[in-house]
Unconditional design. Sequence first.
Length: 132
Amino acid sequence: MPPDPGSPADWLRFAQSDLKLAQTPLQNEILVENLCFHTQQAVEKCLKAILIAENIPFPRTHNLKILLDLLPKGVSLPVAPSTVAELTDFAVSARYPGHYEPVTDEEYTNAVEIARTLVSWTEAYLKDCGLL
């Protein structure tokens, strides 16, 4: 974790922004892969907000599984951790051209729903902790 990682509220604000970007209406020149990147970023920032709130250091990583494994045992996510971890694929591979499977509409819709759920849950968690 950086020396001054910012507050959990700051991380939530950035997560909310990524969620808004992820929900940008599709247009001819916007790639659904780029929108999926923002779903992953929203979830990553939510997890980091929780870790900061709990004073748990974390490495610089986009790997959601690593962040999920650092959460305190009493934290119960509203989405299965394995489902959340799958969004890690959008952190890098979806952002660059290459020989990847295109993201389907269903994958995009699911990714947005996961991000929306985690952002809402993180806001409630931080409110319960008195951090919002």
